[in-house]
Ligand binder design. Sequence first.
Ligand code: AGP
Length: 608
Amino acid sequence: MCGIVGYVGQRAAQSVLVDGLRTLEYRGYDSAGLAIVDGDQMQVAKAQGKLSRLTALLDETPLPGNVGIGHTRWATHGVPSDANAHPHSDPTGDFVVVHNGIIENYLALKEHFVELGHDFGSDTDTEVLAYVIAEEYDGDLKNAVRKAMARATGAYALVAMTAKEPGRIVAARMISPLIVGLGSDETFLASDIPAVLPYTNNILVVEDGEIVDVTADGANIETLDGTPVERDPFVVDWDPGRAEKNGYDHFMLKEIYEQPDVIEQTIGGRISSDGSVELDGVDWGEDFAVNLEKIWITACGTAYHAGLVGRELFERILRVPVEIAYAHELRYRDPLITGTTLTLAISQSGETADTLAAARLAQENGSRLLALTNVVGSTLSRDADDVLYTRAGPEIAVASTKAYVAMLVGQALLAIKLGAERGMLNDSEVVEMKAELQELPAKAAAVLESTAEVAEIAKTICDVDDLYFIGRGLDFAVAMEGSLKLKEISYLHSEAMPAGELKHGTLALVTEGTPVIVVLTQQHIYDKTISGLQEVKARGARVIALAYEDDLEVAKYADRVIRIPRTADMFAPVLAAVPLQLLAYHVALELGHDIDQPRNLAKSVTVE
Ligand code: AGP
């Protein structure tokens, strides 16, 4: 999705903006641009394609000045092109805007200017906002933006600048995320925190329906109706280095290798030696777990797959019904959310539009809302009654890896906490689970040390048309994520399904040589999964099994076996996910794909 950066200060704006846009590349984009005010001159440079095309233009004609805004665009209205790239200007060129999100009534707004005889240079829903702001301008950019917001409908973050008031940027937020980074004699704006981290970790969040007036001295926030907002900044303890590749060829690989640390940090200090679970940010009172009647889980994509694991953990440990729903489905259902319920909304970014909407719906229906997210201060974290932060650090690759694993660990902690509070786990059981959890970082590290088999297997599946992932229970949940990872970055067609489902139709597609990846960690259904394995083997499938290192049985049936250390079955997904991430990585590498920014995908899906 689109990315925004803004800068007012003493530095050369061009380099701050380009570096900021580079940090936001992971969001996925198809064009980039920036506008810088120098004296009373507005200068704009923009180009379709990767940031290198924009920087080539800037190398030829650098833009001087210390105030500017930049943007990476992910096309929604109008094809990727130079003309549709942001920033967009009014007819005089004095006003520029960049924008994330969608202006729903842009055609109606455009009509007014077309009637006045204007021709638009782009097909975007953004350009007209520059016109509206210029039309509303009475000497004060903030008033003009406020009036423009009153005329526009939709979900967006808008940033405006004018050559008539150099040294000032005004931005507004209506749903799409926007943060301010406060430095000394300099101020930054961005859609995502990592873009400002090299300069400051002092962050101020702009909320929905607010306008922020940014100068080098800081930022003033007001609501749309002009009420001043007093809000303290918070400090983000992310290390900017964690948003760098640190010698790895790709962010995805780096993030896969960070997982032992991420598991450790997500557990860190949350279970004490006497077995009590202290989750900072989660405070639902003593009787909540006892009275709990149902858990809803909602999320999209990889976060949804993490929720599939959570569903089983909560059901097994708490003995409460758990329903999981894709957020984009749940938000348009009329769900029966009644009684004492907990809705767990899972989102790495905390900004996924569908997840936010589904979470709000659950809250409106009287559910307590718990956010499981990686981004401190994200919209989801602010909407929720309780928040459990995964501590994965910034995840840059579009294909989520470490955030997924952190979500699994976060849900394990929640299940243990709720289980203890509900009286389903005694202290010694909690201590035992804690011990198992604490062994996971070392075991994940061991998986990462023996990757040769995975890289070899990757070479053998690069050229297939279809492949299948199967498993039962938690193994099925992992299979879903393994299949998604492969699709996202290798572009191979793959499908995941419960092992028992194959014979109800899809088995017809399994022929001589079809690769079938079988996840086999759950002992109580081991024999059942082996039956599924034999079914595909009998049709000539090439079976690649993922099993514990001490499982001697599996080698009798599988062509290749990927091994992971043994752990409690309920935590096996944390380890089983890792080789499947690596498998997807190595296939994509063999095929020469853009691993960190796969085609058509964006890191954070902030529009519906
Ligand atoms: C993960 O690899 C995907 N790119 C995607 O499915 C992602 O998990 C989904 O869009 C949800 O994002 P969120 O966790 O930020 O809400």
